[in-house]
Ligand binder design. Sequence first.
Ligand code: ADP
Length: 461
Amino acid sequence: MRTLYTRIIVITMLIMILSGIVAFCVTNGYYQFYLKPANDEKVTGIARDIVTIYEKNESQTVEQYLTDMTELGYQFYLADGSGNTQSFGKPFDATDIQFDTIKQVLNGGTYHGIAKYPWRPFITGFFDNKLQNTIGVPISANDGDQYALFLRQNTQQQFGEMRAFLAVMLVLMIVFSFLMVLISTRFLIKPIDKLTAATRKISAGNYHIKLNVIRRDEIGRLARDFQQMSNHLEQTEEKRQEFVSNVSHEIQSPLSSIQGFSQALREEDMTVEERKRYLSIIENESRRLSQLSRQLLTLSSLDDDAKAHEKTPIQLHEQLKDVIAASEWLWREKEMAVELGNVSEVIYGYPKLLHQVWTNLLANAIRYSESGGAVEISANSDKNTVTVTVEDNGIGINETDIPHLFERFYKVDKARTRTEKSTGLGLSIVKKIIELHGGTITVESKPLEGSQFHVTLPKAS
Ligand code: ADP
C-alpha cells in the first residue's frame, strides 16, 4: 500500500466485504429467530389445507392428488407404516429422516422440521432441499390406508428466478461499486498529487505556482491556502532579492569612492588642502557605511527579538526633551528653531526604541528643511491613544511619494540624499518600532510647505 490511492481502494474493499459479512450475519439471525418459525407455521397451515382438501375430495388416489399438487410449487414425500416411501415433485437431496418420526406422524402428530432445522453462521438452510427440512402431517387415503405426508416449498421453482436476480444484482453492485471507488478516488487524490508536485517545486526554490483547484471541500481549502502561501513566499523572495540588491548598491557606492580617493592620496604631488579634502570625503563615506550597518542591525534585531527589550512607562515630555537636546548641534548648525509643545502623556513601551523614533523623525525634519526653518513637536490625546506630531516647514513630499516613504531604501530625491547621510532606512525603522507598540504612523505633506508626521500610540493603562 505505497500510495494513498491504493490504500483508499483496499480500505474501501475491506469495508465492503466486512459490511457484507456483518449484513449477512444480521439477516441470517433475523431469518433464524423470526422468519424460520413463521415459515414453519405457514407451511404447516398449507400442509393441513392440502390434507383437508384431499380428504374432502374422494375421487382421486393420494398419488394422483399429490402429483397434481406439485404443480403449485411443493414437493412431497409419502411414507406408510411398513417402510414404503414415494416422492412427488422435485426429489429430495437427502431423505435422512428417522423411522420414529414417520411413526409419530402416522400416529397423528405434526413434524416441524423447518423450525427445528439446524443452522450454522453462514448457512441459512432456507434453500436446503432435505427431508429433514419439511413439515410432516398424517393423511388418510381414500382406500383407508394411513400415510405420513412430508412437504416443503420447491424453493428452486418458487424462488429460482429471484435467486438469480439477487445474485446478478449483488455481482453488479460489487463491480459498479469497485469501478466507482476507482474513479472517485482518482478524483479525490488528484488535487493532493497537484499539491505534492507544487511542494516539490517550492522546495526547489520555484515559488511561481498555479494550482487551479476549484473544489470547496477541505482539500480545496488546503489548495487555496497553499496557493496563498506560495504567493506570499514568492513576494517575500522578491523582497529579499530587492533588499539584497539595495544593500549591495548602498555599500558599493561609498566603497568605490573610498577606494578612488585612497588611490588618489598615493599621488605625491598633491596640495595639503586637496589631501585634507580627500581624507574628509573618505571619513564621511566611512561614516555613511557605519550608519548603514547600524541601521541594518537595528532592522534585523527588530525582526528577530524585539521582545528582548523591556517595556516600561515612558514620560513622553522627558524623552522628547532629551531627543531635542541630543540633536541640538544639528538644528543649531542650520539655524533652526525646535519647539516642544505641552506633552504630558505617559506611554508604556520600549524606551530605547521610541527614542530612536523621535530621533529619526526630528533628524528628517531638520535634514529636509532649509536653513532658518522651524520644527514643532506637539501631542494630542483621546481616551486610549496619544498622537505625537512632528511638523516642519521644509521641502515637503510629493503626493505620489507618500505611500512609499516607509519602504526600505526609499528615497524621494536620490540626487540630494546622495550628498546627505541618507540611507532610506530611517522611516522603515520608525514604522516597524511603532507597529511593535501597536501604533500607527501617517503623513501629511505639501511640496515646499512642509510635512507633518503623526505617530499614534496606545496610552499606558
Ligand atoms: P533617509 O535616510 O533617506 O532620510 P528615511 O526613510 O528617513 O530615509 O526617509 C525616506 C525619504 O523620505 C527621504 O529620502 C526623504 O526624501 C523623505 N522624507 C523623510 N522625512 C521627510 C521630511 N520631514 N520632509 C521631507 N521629506 C522627507
